[in-house]
Design a protein around this ligand. Structure first.
Ligand SMILES: CC(C)(COP(=O)(O)OP(=O)(O)OC[C@H]1O[C@@H](n2cnc3c(N)ncnc32)[C@H](O)[C@@H]1OP(=O)(O)O)[C@@H](O)C(=O)NCCC(=O)NCCS
Length: 181
């Protein structure tokens, strides 16, 4: 038997929940695992944006999170994809891309674009390349931000920090998704 015509979705194997206050510790743990303290310093847990996160749970274990904040809370002229990560054990099976797709489908049908400030290591694709490309986003501004262990206190607790490498740095590139009305 083949899977031709199958509509199976990777998220069918999990629970996808909209953030509630009881998820705060779970969310914090997910962010710390993937970003160290940077996410908290940069406002990933600000109370105004928490309710926009969707969290993927494997029973009680947090597997992934993303969310899209509305224009009034975005730093761009449109919606903005908020802090996004998949726990290492769950990476590489399309969970993040599918979760982002679900967030986009839930947006009001208002034609307002969605922006995403995407993290990237030197000489590499953005970490979210598959999620951006498969959901129709396009690169708008390369190297919009540069982070370096030498100069930024944001790097202090980064899990990817190389103290022995004075040139350790990373970037964000801005991607945009144009939506039709
Ligand atoms: C970036 C990150 C969120 C990606 O999580 P993910 O769930 O693995 O992401 P995706 O859903 O895009 O899946 C990625 C991979 O699964 C593969 N994949 C396997 N099966 C798949 C399927 N059925 N459907 C889609 N993709 C599938 C994709 O080809 C892709 O491979 P690639 O990484 O070689 O391109 C995760 O690596 C992470 O948390 N990184 C650290 C934090 C970070 O950088 N966050 C983004 C900041 S902007």
């Amino acid at each position: 038997m083949n899977n031709f015509g199958s509509t199976r979705n990777i998220l069918d194997d999990f629970d996808v929940v909209q953030y509630k206050s009881k998820h705060l510790d779970v969310l914090k743990a997910l962010f710390i695992e993937s970003f160290g303290g940077i996410a908290e310093i940069r406002g990933a847990l600000n109370k105004d944006i928490l309710k926009y996160y969707k969290i993927v749970l494997d029973d009680e274990t947090p597997a992934a999170v993303t969310g899209i904040v509305p224009p009034e809370l975005s730093m761009f002229d449109g919606y903005e994809v908020s802090w996004t990560c998949t726990s290492p054990k769950y990476r590489g099976s399309g969970i993040c891309a599918e979760l982002l797709r679900k967030c986009i489908l839930d947006l009001p049908k208002d034609g307002i674009p969605v922006f995403c400030d995407c993290w990237r290591f030197p000489g590499k694709q953005i970490n979210l390349f598959n999620a951006m490309q498969s959901n129709g986003f396009q690169l708008l501004v390369p190297e919009a931000s540069v982070f370096s262990t030498k100069f930024s206190k944001l790097c202090a607790s980064c899990p990817y920090r190389h103290d022995d490498e004075p040139s350790c740095r990373c970037y964000t590139d801005v991607w945009k998704f144009e939506r039709k009305l």
